[in-house]
Design a protein around this ligand. Structure first.
Ligand code: GLU
Length: 551
């Protein structure tokens, strides 16, 4: 039997040969330096922050080089594949506004000329290339059972040798075609392994775009390329897909670094041009002074749905990720406030190479506050309403009912050089301005803390004197403030802070104490936006109603 016949016997259901596939996909017509890269998740669950980081990074590099970013679904582990896995991945990427030029667009459909983009639909392709290797005597069927492999491993462990199916352990490499055929005819299952041409005593150098030169021994393990179910392993599929899809750069988690010698060997044996690799270390968390990997189980911020539910703007998350990808991004953003990430040129050389970045929610919170503080009030309103429609329906109906009023509240101290930074997420808004709505304020048990002034009669006196003698809806800000000062003078509080500091005993308190009383009586909070603006928005009738709580 010829090798060709043997290959056909082993893999009988192949429609096209490998040359057909080589010719099917043309070179991409792209500008010089364009990066073609991909997001290649397994549809086994929801993507997490580490996936978003590498996915977003790949997206940025493809976009800035006028390249291509595609979505390939790696669903060869059929047991772990979840229902609607693709649309779940697409939905969350869409939430983060990360889009693909090609690839799957839902659980079944795709766009692009380099597909299928779902590995389970590429069985014919992988088998065509496996046939090629068998024909060239570079691959063979292997029958080693789980028990035999366990035995090899136990022996290797007990004699302190490297683990794996290599050298003298790779017995099936030497099996005759006749024996293989008769075992298959007897119903035995088999995998296809590639004959490794590697020598463990020699080393190869991988030029990783992030980690730099990595030296490691050549691979000498006869790796499985086609599993018993006829589907490829990740290693084999990676080489074939990225070759046929004309990928230039593979940006992936650094758990794959140790397999890279194996991957490049598969590329070589198949006669493929190498891709460039950028291996990204996992995100870390500072846990009481010790660094550990960000954990899906322990850290809610690892899941991406968390950001959507909390209403953390996805733009802020991406700005934060950009600071992780390139450490000079932050300085650039400070120098160009309000710029778009797409205006920044990312550089592989500026990705931290000394281990994983610390994922710091506090930093993200600050970025988010800055981001939200620069939006127009109407924009904040739209976003909060959109979020609240899903996650806080009562607040959504309240702010829909009082749309213009709410926008005015959100507009206080906004469009100015140093805008207020009250909100890091949409869910902060109701917690911070609830008191502006009578529905949440009137007839409610509320607790007030007037800070320095504790005497009830004195509080009552300040409020009634203010409303009776000094409050006028028509006052401009300066007049209003002068009247607050007059109120202080009348009641024995220092209207001038310097005078107060020089002789505190001469006064009952100062202008800050008096305005705190007014502020707290109106809102229960001593930390609010500008009091003058609040008074204007609440208006006389409602001010009196709120002050009357202290009568
Ligand atoms: N499916 C692989 C994973 O989820 C993809 C790695 C790659 O990008 O090649 O880890």
């Amino acid at each position: 039997m010829t090798n060709k016949e043997f290959a056909e016997f082993l893999l009988p259901d192949v429609e096209h040969d490998w040359e057909y596939y080589e010719n099917l996909y043309p070179e991409r017509d792209l500008p010089e330096g364009a990066i073609v890269t991909r997001y290649a998740p397994s549809p086994t669950g929801l993507p997490h922050m580490g996936n978003l980081l590498s996915g977003f990074m790949a997206y940025c590099f493809a976009k800035q080089s006028n390249g291509v970013y595609f979505l390939r679904i790696e669903d060869t582990d059929t047991e772990r594949t979840v229902e609607n896995g693709v649309s779940k991945i697409l939905d969350i990427m869409k939430d983060f506004d990360i889009t693909f030029d090609e690839g799957m667009i839902n659980d079944t459909d795709e766009v692009g000329s380099y597909g299928p983009y779902m590995q389970s639909k590429r069985k014919d392709i992988y088998q065509a290339y496996a046939r090629k290797l068998i024909e060239e005597d570079k691959a063979y069927p292997s029958f080693a059972s789980k028990e035999e492999l366990d035995e090899i491993r136990e022996f290797q462990e007990s004699t302190k040798q490297r683990l794996g199916y290599y050298g003298r352990y790779a017995k099936d490499r030497h099996m005759t075609k006749e024996e293989a055929i008769s075992r298959i005819n007897n119903g035995e299952k088999f995998v296809i392994r590639m004959k490794s041409p590697g020598d463990f005593n020699k080393s190869i150098i991988i030029n990783d775009l992030i980690k730099g030169k990595i030296e490691m021994p050549e691979n000498d393990i006869d790796e499985v390329i086609i599993k018993k179910d006829g589907l490829p392993t990740y290693h084999f599929a990676h080489a074939i897909d990225d070759h046929l899809m004309k990928t230039t750069h593979v940006i992936r988690g650094d758990e794959w670094v140790s397999s890279t010698a194996k991957h490049l060997q598969i590329f070589d044996v198949l006669g493929f041009k190498h891709v460039k690799y950028a291996h990204l270390a996992p995100l870390l968390k500072n846990d009481n002074g010790t660094k550990r990997k960000l954990s899906k189980r322990k850290d809610p911020e690892t899941g991406l749905v968390y950001y959507i539910e909390q209403g953390i703007p996805v733009e802020a998350v991406k700005l934060y990720l950009a600071t992780i990808i390139n450490s000079n991004f932050e300085a650039w953003l400070d120098a160009n406030p309000g710029s778009d990430i797409s205006d920044f040129k990312f550089d592989f050389k500026k990705v931290g190479s000394s281990g994983g970045a610390i994922y710091d929610m506090e930093k993200l919170t600050n970025i988010s506050k800055n981001y939200l503080s620069r939006l127009k009030a109407t924009e904040v309103y739209d976003r909060v309403l959109n979020w609240a429609n899903s996650y806080d329906k009562d607040f959504a109906s309240l702010i829909s009912k009082y749309k213009d009023y709410t926008i005015s509240i959100l507009n206080i101290e906004r469009e100015q050089k140093k805008p207020r930074k009250d909100f890091a997420k949409y869910s902060d808004v109701s917690n911070s301005i609830w008191y502006m709505y009578d529905e949440l304020f009137d007839n409610k048990e509320l607790s007030y803390d007037f800070k320095n002034i504790t005497d009830k009669e004195e509080i009552k006196n300040i409020l009634s004197t203010y409303i009776d003698k000094y409050y006028d809806e028509a006052d401009d800000k300066e007049t209003w403030f002068n009247k607050i000062k007059s109120l202080c003078d009348l009641l024995g509080y220092a209207s001038d802070m310097k005078a107060y500091k020089a002789n505190p005993d001469n006064f009952k308190g100062n202008v800050a104490d008096v305005s705190t009383v007014i502020r707290v009586a109106l809102t229960t909070s001593s930390m609010t936006p500008d009091l003058y603006e609040l008074l204007k928005l609440i208006g006389k009738e409602r001010i009196i109603k709120r002050f009357n709580r202290f009568n």
